[in-house]
Design a protein around this ligand. Structure first.
Ligand code: DX5
Ligand code: ZN
Length: 226
């Protein structure tokens, strides 16, 4: 029922050639482009914001899967919507109080709302957001501590993915951090269908082969067994 979405993380791309890098990934079969927005406060790293999304949007029609690692996601909704973001995924750790309003605003700004959880955050915290009157449309299970590319995949996070998949068969479930040829099968078997991959794609001699391998693993795990 859910389809694979392979989302190269542009954090690992050459930021000075972002438009060309985006085109290269789409041409190699990427479904989405994962954009890591970091504010230097929620995470100890500073990356890009709405102006860069706006510039990139002029060069691509691709789905821009924006992952907001920021302390005040509400402050970014309007500008990200205007810039042309497609998905807006905020962290539950900073939206306990106002997630309902936040999700409403994201939708009315024309974006698809998603919620992310850090490795230490219990999965139960996102249930109300998936089941709410205005629900989120994706849950992002972090498989590393957010902040940097190139970290080691945490296999223990697969329990969260499995729990979510059992509870919500048609939900988009994304995994982010340390995904690549050696870890994809665990994530796919647990039920993840949206796969973010930075260093394993951009660091490969043939990034297209890695994208294909990731997609095939998700397809294989989600096809009905006979
Ligand atoms: C980490 C970011 C990730 C990161 C993934 O905080 O959210 O999207 O770019 O990079 P890899 O695939 O190298 O772990
Ligand atoms: Zn990310």
């Amino acid at each position: 029922m859910v389809s694979p979405k392979i989302a190269p993380s542009m954090l690992s791309s050459d930021f000075a050639n972002l438009a060309a890098e985006a085109k290269r990934m789409v041409d190699l079969g990427a479904n989405w482009l994962h954009m890591d927005i970091m504010d230097g406060h929620f995470v100890p790293n500073l990356t890009i914001g709405a102006p860069v999304i706006e510039s990139l949007r002029k060069h691509t029609d691709a789905y821009l899967d924006c992952h907001l690692m920021v302390t005040n996601p509400m402050d970014y909704v309007e500008q990200m919507g205007k810039a042309g973001a497609s998905g807006f995924t905020f962290h539950i750790e900073v939206a306990q109080e106002n997630w309902q309003e936040l999700v409403r605003k994201i939708k009315s700004a024309g974006m698809r709302p998603g919620v992310a959880l850090k490795p230490g955050t219990p999965v139960e915290q996102v249930y109300p957001l998936v089941e709410g009157a205005t629900p989120v449309e994706m849950v992002l299970v972090m498989t590393v501590e957010p902040g940097f590319g190139g970290q080691k995949f945490m296999p223990t996070m697969m329990d969260k993915v499995q729990t979510l998949r059992q509870k919500y068969p048609t939900l988009d479930i994304e995994v982010d951090g340390g995904l690549g040829p050696s870890t994809i099968d665990a994530a796919a078997a647990a039920g993840a269908n949206c796969i973010v991959a930075g260093s394993s794609v951009f660091g490969a001699p043939q990034p297209g082969d890695v994208i294909t391998l990731l997609r095939e693993s998700v397809e294989k795990a989600s096809s009905p067994t006979t």
